[in-house]
Ligand binder design. Structure first.
Ligand code: URA
Length: 193
């Protein structure tokens, strides 16, 4: 475990532990405030993220930013966003189990340094890895699970909301519940500059 955030970033950016290193343009380490109490975890970088080196910057990312803004959250201010894997899986396929396994120590180290009170899993891939193996987004989105003192919730992946706009109200409802939970357990989130 690396104690220093910048050293951790440098190690991740040099990583060649799995095959994704060969085809990436950029390692997508994460974005946001490393002192945030709330962390969001997606699946893996897509094409835009790979080119720009930042998570959720495509159409799904724009939707995510709007939903965040609706509950006074901002990637530049009071949250941190990362992914299960830091390099783009070719053709946007799901990350392979071995890719997630190789990448997990970086995410664990980030989580250990941030020590979030709340983790929101964006979509099934991170929810089944981090909350429980049989997590069902349609049935269990918005529910709170406690793991080692961290509150965890899974919700719809923004790309899924773009494909199924009829799920947007339910997704937004999860964010409204998230806001309530933040006010309960880490209200300082709303005082971060
Ligand atoms: N989808 C994800 O899961 N993560 C990103 O960073 C972009 C798209």
């Amino acid at each position: 475990m690396v104690q220093n955030w910048e050293q951790l970033r440098e190690a991740a950016c040099r990583c060649e532990k799995c095959g994704l290193a060969a085809t990436r343009n950029n390692v997508v380490f994460g974005v946001g405030n490393p002192r945030a109490r709330v962390m969001f975890i997606g699946e893996g970088p897509g094409e835009n993220e790979d080119l720009q080196g930042e998570p959720f910057v495509g159409r799904g990312g724009q939707l995510l930013d709007k939903m965040l803004a609706a509950v006074d959250l901002d990637r530049k201010k009071n949250i941190y966003i990362a992914n299960m894997v830091k390099c783009r899986p070719p053709k946007n396929r799901d990350p392979l189990p071995e890719e997630m396994e190789q990448c997990m120590p970086y995410l664990r180290n980030q989580t250990a340094l941030i020590r979030p009170k709340i983790i929101v899993c964006l979509g099934r891939i991170s929810a089944i890895q981090l909350i429980k193996q049989d997590f069902k987004v349609t049935r269990e989105h918005g529910e709170w699970f406690e793991k080692n003192g961290t509150l965890m919730m899974g919700t719809f992946h923004p790309a899924a909301l773009l494909r199924n706009p009829n799920q947007k109200p339910a997704g937004l409802d999860d964010f409204i519940h998230l806001r309530e939970k933040i006010l309960e357990v880490c209200p300082e989130t709303y005082e971060m500059e």
